[in-house]
Write a protein that binds this ligand. Structure first.
Ligand code: XIL
Length: 322
């Protein structure tokens, strides 16, 4: 068959992938699609490698959920993207409390990144260059200023190199990414990310790529997306679409679903047009398990497969771009 991943690889990309979550893996109708690696050649754990899941109390690491996803990737011959090492959200209170000195928080970040990344060392992919890990997530506010979280408030911008260096030391072959949203259009936030990665490169800090989450709204895909991708690849970095979904008001109208088809096509087309864009990850492939309705009230229908695991026009949009 000619699933999305197969088409993407034929067109020169590394993968077309999807997020998945542990509680979804008992749904046989769902896994029948997930496990088809002509459809998906890459998976990202939606939750089970986050800090609250992997180090809920200091020094106690739990990898069972993450391992289940990593093993699934291996079984299915799929690439695995790690997600994530340092993020202000889904952070256990023992870190979020902010009671650490700068020196102590440095050790806490180093221990977390290093233990997490070394646990999955070599498991991410069996090929030398292909391990990927979103090391730092969402450092900026939408206006391009630094997010006031425990990391920035305690360490300033230095937490980013601290995390990246610890991850690189733990697995020299893993690709290290910074991942954010609302950096998909030219403007203050994309400029802030560009300036950050330029500084990291100038300082010799390990950084391989930037992840564009792409949590979009139907009819509002930014026209400058491809331009922004090119601004980052011009620095020698790779880029990836890491969390694609395109939401609308529910129940979705026929015209919204038709616009969504065009929107999926244009987002994937931007990646196809940029050589350094390695691939795209759906933030789950079906509306049945999308995070959108529980986060954005009154919105949903954001994925290429519907609630009943039936392909929507959006699926055709992706195929048309590949
Ligand atoms: C979401 C998960 O999909 C949900 O299950 C969870 O409740 C909240 O987090 N940006 C990110 C992802 O980087 O980690 C988020 O995932 C979606 C927004």
């Amino acid at each position: 068959s000619s699933g999305l991943n197969k088409l993407a690889k034929t067109a020169g990309k590394l993968y077309l992938g999807t997020a998945t979550d542990n509680n979804e893996l008992t749904d046989a109708a769902y896994t029948a699609i997930l496990d088809d690696n002509s459809q998906f050649g890459q998976i990202t754990p939606a939750n089970s490698m986050k800090w609250d899941a992997t180090e809920p109390t200091r020094g106690t690491f739990t990898f069972s959920g993450g391992d289940q996803i990593a093993n699934l990737a291996k079984t299915n011959g799929m690439l695995l993207r790690g997600h994530n090492c340092v993020w202000y959200n889904q952070l256990p209170s023992w870190v979020a409390n902010g009671q650490f000195t700068a020196a102590d928080l440095t050790t806490v970040i180093q221990t977390h990144c290093s233990t997490l990344v070394s646990h999955y060392k070599g498991q991410v992919y069996d090929k030398k260059t292909l391990g990927t890990s979103s090391t730092v997530s969402e450092p900026f506010n939408d206006d391009g200023t630094w997010r006031s979280d425990v990391f920035y408030n305690t360490l300033g911008t230095s937490y980013v190199p601290i995390a990246l260096k610890a991850a690189r030391a733990a697995d020299p072959n893993a690709k290290l990414y910074i991942n954010d949203y609302n950096i998909e259009q030219t403007g203050a936030k994309a400029t802030a990310m560009l300036n950050l990665v330029k500084q990291l490169i100038a300082d010799g800090v390990p950084i391989d790529g930037v992840g564009f989450q792409c949590h979009f709204i139907v009819g509002e895909v930014p026209g400058s997306f491809q331009t922004v991708l090119e601004q980052f690849t011009a620095l020698g970095l790779e880029v990836a679409i890491t969390e694609l979904d395109i939401r609308t008001t529910t129940p979705a109208s026929q015209s919204a679903l038709a616009q969504q088809e065009k929107d999926y096509q244009s987002v994937i087309q931007a990646c196809m047009n940029v050589k350094g864009c390695v691939g795209a990850t759906l933030w789950d492939f079906t509306d049945k398990y999308s995070w959108v309705p529980s986060t954005f009230s009154g919105q949903g229908a954001a994925c290429p497969w519907d609630q009943n695991l039936v392909k929507k026009p959006a699926y055709t949009g992706i195929v048309n771009a590949l």
